[in-house]
Design a protein around this ligand. Structure first.
Ligand SMILES: NC(=O)c1ccc[n+]([C@@H]2O[C@H](COP(=O)([O-])OP(=O)(O)OC[C@H]3O[C@@H](n4cnc5c(N)ncnc54)[C@H](OP(=O)(O)O)[C@@H]3O)[C@@H](O)[C@H]2O)c1
Length: 263
């Protein structure tokens, strides 16, 4: 028998959320979890067909609306924020998940590999948060704080074996930007926290498990002997967005099956 305490603690029903890069991979996992938990979830990415597919896949589970946007540009961030503002008075949860990486040996790593990664992985989240502040502030109060979750990477915490120089720097930058924003938005009742995913299967990581043999060898090296799953990253996001996570701001949580601590 339930007295509603569980829903009070972990519920996000009725919240309005935006998940960038929510059309595939980790963003789609987070969006699915939020939709299933009863939030109204906007997902955004560049490709119109990917947006339509995500909306079609998640709508049978609850409320999901997809909005195409290029979040590597300030104009794209403004256009998305303005579209949200035209539809919603308040935004309870913003998940800055859209990101890309660039791998190339150090001797030939190009400037383009810096600009593209920094634009999407650090600059975009800042300008999206900035433009959505009125809606985040409208959702926030002393009793019920609004929440920003920035999706970073374990590569922000320790070097990887990949030649992803700009990515490691961008994600470390995102972590520090989040700490600064957690401080500056404290009195606006807006929490800013960071999820650092470890290995999750997605288009970004597909080259790492291209064959069954590669997949098996990858898993052997993971402390928990498995890839991250939807419940892992969606559960942590729901925790941050719910009453249970309300006393946390400026926190960085590695959602990595123990690999940062153990590996
Ligand atoms: N997978 C992992 O193991 C892992 C580990 C650590 C951290 N992460 C982080 O988790 C986040 C998601 O990664 P993922 O593995 O799920 O990647 P993914 O499969 O490549 O998905 C990236 C998402 O971002 C969107 N996107 C890309 N460029 C965009 C742009 N300019 N504007 C708007 N949306 C854009 C993509 O859709 P469109 O192509 O339609 O734009 C897609 O929905 C990233 O921030 C990544 O750095 C992932």
């Amino acid at each position: 028998m339930s007295d509603g305490f569980y829903e009070h603690l972990f519920g996000v029903r009725g919240q309005v959320a935006l998940v960038t890069g929510g059309t595939r991979g980790i963003g789609l996992m987070i969006a699915e979890g939020l939709v299933r938990a009863g939030a109204r979830v906007y997902v955004a990415s560049r490709k119109v067909d990917a947006c339509e597919a995500a909306q079609a896949a998640l709508s049978p589970l609850g409320e999901c609306l997809a909005l195409p946007a290029d979040l590597a540009t300030v104009e794209g961030c403004h256009a998305l924020a303005d579209e949200i503002a035209s539809r919603e008075e308040r935004l309870d949860l913003l998940v800055n998940n859209a990101g890309l990486t660039w791998n190339q040996p150090i001797d030939e790593f190009p400037e383009k590999g810096w600009d593209r990664v920094m634009d999407l992985d650090v600059k975009g989240p800042f300008f999206l948060i900035q433009r959505l502040l009125p809606q985040l502030r409208a959702a926030a109060s002393h009793e019920r704080r609004a929440v920003v979750v920035n999706v970073s990477s374990v590569n922000a915490l320790k070097p990887s074996g990949l030649a992803n120089y700009s990515y490691a720097a961008a994600k470390a930058g995102l972590n520090q930007l989040s700490a600064q924003l957690a401080r500056d938005l404290m009195d606006d009742h807006i929490n800013v926290n960071v999820i650092c995913p470890g290995p999750f299967k997605s288009k970004m990581t597909a080259p790492l498990y291209a064959t069954e043999e590669m997949d098996r060898r990858m898993i052997e090296n993971f402390p928990m002997k498995r890839w991250g799953a939807m419940e892992d990253v969606a559960g942590l996001t729901i925790f941050f967005a719910s009453r249970a996570g309300s006393y946390l701001s400026g926190q960085v949580v590695a959602c990595d099956g123990g690999s940062t601590a153990i590996g």
